[in-house]
Design a protein around this ligand. Structure first.
Ligand code: HEC
Length: 123
C-alpha cells in the first residue's frame, strides 16, 4: 500500500471517531440539559418550601415557634453572627444541636437564619 493511502485512511478513521465523539457529546449535553430542566421544574412544582415552613419543620420543636426557645436555646437576639449561625446549623455543634447540612442547602439555611432574625426584639 502506498504511504499516501495509509495517511488517507488514518485521516478518515480519525474523522469518523471525531464525529462520533461530537455526536456523543451533543447527546450527553442535551440529556443533561433535559435532566437539569426536569429537576428544576420538579423543584418549582413542589413549591420550594419557604423559610417559615423550613423553620417550623426542622427547628421549631427545639427552638420554639417564635424562636423563644423550647428544648433548645432561644434563637431570639442571638449573640453570634450570621456566618457562625449558618455554620452551626450546617454542621451542628456536636452536642444537642443537630447538623442540617444534608437536609438543607446553604441558601435555605441562610433564609431560615434571616427568618429567625424577624423574631429579634433588639436590633
Ligand atoms: C433536637 C433539637 C434541635 C433542633 C431540631 C434544632 N436545634 Fe438548634 N440548637 C439546639 C440546642 C440544644 C442548641 C444549644 C447548643 C447545645 O446545647 O447544643 C442549639 C443551638 C443552635 C444555634 C446556636 C445559637 C447560639 O446562640 O449560639 C443555632 C444558630 C441553631 N441552633 C439553629 C437551628 C436551626 C436554624 C435549626 C433548624 C434548621 C435548629 N437549630 C434545629 C437544638 C436543636
Amino acid at each position: 500500500m502506498k504511504d499516501s493511502n495509509v495517511t488517507l485512511m488514518n485521516t478518515a478513521a480519525s474523522f469518523k471517531s471525531h464525529f462520533f465523539n461530537i455526536t456523543l457529546a451533543a447527546a450527553l449535553t442535551t440529556g443533561m440539559f433535559f435532566w437539569a430542566f426536569h429537576h428544576a421544574s420538579v423543584y418549582a412544582d413542589s413549591a420550594a418550601p419557604d423559610a417559615k415552613t423550613l423553620y417550623s419543620r426542622y427547628c421549631s420543636l427545639c427552638h420554639g415557634d417564635q424562636c423563644q426557645g423550647a428544648m433548645g436555646t432561644p434563637l431570639q437576639n442571638m449573640t453570634i453572627d450570621d456566618k457562625a449561625a449558618i455554620e452551626v446549623t450546617q454542621k451542628g455543634d456536636g452536642k444537642q444541636m443537630p447538623a442540617f447540612g444534608q437536609e438543607l442547602t446553604v441558601d435555605q439555611i441562610t433564609a431560615v437564619i434571616a427568618y429567625v432574625h424577624t423574631f429579634d426584639t433588639k436590633k
